[in-house]
Design a binder for this molecule. Sequence first.
Ligand code: B16
Ligand code: MG
Length: 219
Amino acid sequence: PIQAFIFDLDGVITDTAEHHYLAWKAIADELHIPFTRQFNENLKGVSRMDSLRLLLSQAETPVDYTAEQLEELAQWKNRIYQELIEQIIPADILPGIPELLAELKRQGMRTAIASASKNAFTVIGRLKLMDAFDVIVDAAEIKNTKPDPEVFLKAAELLQVEPGCSIGVEDAVAGVQAIKAAGMFAVAIGAKEAFSHADLVLGSTSELTWSTVSEAWSA
Ligand code: B16
Ligand code: MG
């Protein structure tokens, strides 16, 4: 039987994937590096520094940045991101998520957040969801970022559930890879074509219901 639901934060609980995109876009524009929404898909679920490296790899004339310069660029992006997320309020929780969390409680499910973000606690606090999850694992608690399964395995361990009895929910390709590598059932939110490796793909969080997931799990 299903024991737990482990959720990615950015792009699943709230649309901070958009804030990350806008912050990276601002950096890319300053550096005159082409940066599209389509390329941004590769950054979802990926750590801040790895995202920066991916962005810089798109430059027409590549520049060799020192470690300090890379650190400064990463901090710059983070300042823009933190300014953007100051605006977040509980109404920014994505459609269907509050209803799902309530239903999961009724079903006796354990719940967790597994996020690659160092800003996860700030975002969850702004959404007033601090008490909505049994466990929150963020970037500060892990060594290896998605697609490594560590963040999902850590959440399952803290919840004291079997990975094989856990549902992972993600909006990023790297995140779904992490869920599968953890031995969990992967639910992807997004376009079907992008997530051939997921067990269930849903177009949006409003389709993410207990009955849809539990039926797919038993099928
Ligand atoms: P930060 P998630 C991830 O969060 C984001 O998807 C990704 O775009 C971001 O680069 C990463 O967190 C690091 O975030 O710069 O705030 O530490 O989707 O795993 O909740
Ligand atoms: Mg995400």
